[in-house]
Write a protein that binds this ligand. Structure first.
Ligand code: FES
Ligand SMILES: [Fe+2]
Length: 338
């Protein structure tokens, strides 16, 4: 296959062509961030791409968020791309109509589950299959999240509202985000890979963390460079909360753009009492120095289904076994068992 322009540019710049499509698992199941709460006002539509597909995220006039697959069942128009301004060829936004999104091409109206509830110009019956895939959506801790299940099964768990985001004594939500050229599972494997802190992040020693895997949840307590500790509660693959007592709480929400690409959002809150300057410094410490050095490694690595692990490597395979519960895999598959 010939290279895209972006790939060619990358080869010329870095001398690395890279090997793509090395991740062996599908898009995982769970709640994944698809938009910041402040990105979409009532009656607005946003176009997004997650789970390997084009999506529309819209808010009803009364403020409820919905997430639908983007392409109309009728003649395939994108629900979030309307005509632009008069005498312009530039696209305009999608259109919300009450609790529905209205297709810009012929006006079919879809409700928040993806069912077509009105074909305004037709007196005939609405066909049974006049629907697009709807993704259950919730709004928590500053993000709109959609439930993705490979076989479209309904949500199997909920996520909590974190007290810091509702507390007037805390400042937030404050957003940071980044795109990463590797799978969601690879990105969060970093937490269990304690050795890399020495080489990538320049810690003096390999940090000693305590981790407990318990069903869907993974608890970690670990040291901070300033001598304090942090606690991390991962509530599913790609979503959880990290807390440093009296200092910061942040939601880490990583979403699969597709099998091999991840959009990572971290949503911060800090206690008003520490002041904005200290709050900003803590956020920068996590979201810049805490992660920038990981990115080149992630963007250029391949996935080793059976990595060559040695004594001292930490609990990487245990993490992968824990992660396996978030995938729908073909019967009899032994992928990711290692
Ligand atoms: S393509 Fe959507 S209504 Fe015709
Ligand atoms: Fe890291």
């Amino acid at each position: 296959m010939s290279m895209t322009e972006a790939e060619l540019e990358r080869v010329q710049k870095t001398g690395i062509k890279g090997v793509r499509n090395t991740f062996t698992l599908p898009v995982p199941n769970g709640w994944f961030g698809v938009a910041q709460s402040d990105e979409i006002g009532p009656g607005e539509v946003c176009n997004k791409h997650y789970f390997g597909q084009d999506l529309v995220v819209y808010r009803t006039e009364s403020g409820v968020p919905h997430v639908l697959a983007a392409y109309c069942a009728h003649l395939g128009a994108h629900l979030g791309v309307g005509p632009g301004a008069q005498l312009s060829r530039e696209p305009g936004p999608g259109r919300v109509s009450g609790d529905c999104i209205a297709c810009p091409f012929h006006g079919w109206r879809y409700d928040g589950t993806g069912r077509c509830v009105e074909i305004p110009y037709s007196e005939g019956r609405i066909p049974e299959n006049a629907r697009v895939r709807g993704f259950p959506a919730i709004e928590k801790n500053g993000l709109i999240l959609a439930w993705h299940h490979l076989e479209s099964k309904p949500p199997a768990w909920d996520l909590p509202d974190l007290p810091e985001f509702a507390d007037p004594d805390w400042v937030g939500p404050i957003y940071t985000d980044r795109y990463i050229d590797t799978s969601l599972q690879d990105v969060t494997e970093n937490d269990q890979d304690t050795v890399h802190f020495l080489y990538v992040h320049g810690t003096e020693t390999i940090p000693e963390q305590e981790t407990r895997f318990e069903g869907r949840t993974r608890y970690t307590v670990g040291p901070r460079r300033d001598g304090g500790t942090f606690s991390r509660e991962t509530l599913q693959l790609g979503y959880g909360v990290l807390r440093v007592p009296d200092s910061v709480a942040f939601v880490y929400a990583s979403s699969p753009v597709d099998e091999e690409h991840t959009h990572q959002r971290w949503v911060f809150a800090y206690p008003r009492s520490i002041g904005d300057e200290a709050g900003r410094e803590i956020i920068d410490a996590f979201s810049k120095s805490g992660i920038y050095h990981d990115i080149p490694i992630w963007n250029h690595k391949v996935y080793k289904d059976r990595p060559l692990l040695v004594q001292g490597d930490g609990r990487i395979m245990e993490y992968r076994r824990w992660a396996r519960q978030f995938y729908t895999l073909p019967e009899g598959s032994d992928t990711a068992e290692g």
